[in-house]
Write a protein that binds this ligand. Structure first.
Ligand code: HEC
Length: 152
């Protein structure tokens, strides 16, 4: 009887803790996706102008590029916490290889940081300035996705 209640107690104590940890990881994944959504939104603005789908507007282009620059100052790799690879948590498209090659993953992020540096100035001066910036940024996105993001 005593054993049983000890087991019951252990159960009630551990259960909320596990749920709490799961929730924390879910929230982290949501934040990570939000980060990428913000990158993609601003990339969309720039790509639209580069392709001529939306009229070039210097202030809008510069702001979108500045947003991307600002996002690259966030320590993105810190959002790649253990236990959040694809297969470990629902809706993650992060390949497990990230955790076995963290240095290379950080280098890939460094590639984006580099591509984004000065972008808010580089897109000024005309529609023809946007394409090369989009190409540079897009190359850095792709370099990482090709290796570390699950194909959907
Ligand atoms: C250092 C690696 C890296 C770089 C650089 C990178 N990504 Fe990603 N991206 C990932 C990984 C890994 C995922 C999967 C994340 C997940 O599911 O948790 C992802 C997911 C995404 C998603 C899907 C988010 C969601 O809601 O599921 C979008 C959109 C995205 N990236 C856009 C971009 C854009 C745009 C760039 C460049 C401006 C970029 N990424 C640069 C690694 C990277």
């Amino acid at each position: 009887m005593r054993l049983l209640s000890a087991a019951a107690l252990a159960f009630t104590v551990t259960l909320p803790m596990t749920t709490h940890a799961d929730e924390a990881l879910d929230e982290l994944l949501e934040a990570r996706h939000g980060f990428y959504q913000m990158l993609a939104m601003n990339m969309g603005t720039l790509a639209g102008m580069a392709k001529g789908e939306t009229p070039y507007d210097e202030a809008t282009a510069s702001r979108a590029a500045a947003n991307i620059e600002a996002l690259t100052h966030y320590d993105l790799p810190s959002l790649f916490v253990e236990g959040t690879a694809s297969g470990q948590i629902k809706d993650s498209a992060a390949k497990p290889e990230i955790w076995t090659n963290m240095d290379d993953f950080k280098t890939k992020f460094g590639g984006l940081v580099e591509a984004a540096a000065g972008a808010s100035e580089a897109v000024k001066g005309g529609q023809d300035k946007v394409g090369p910036v989009v190409g540079k940024l897009g190359g850095a996105c792709k370099a990482c996705h090709d290796v570390y993001r699950e194909k959907s």
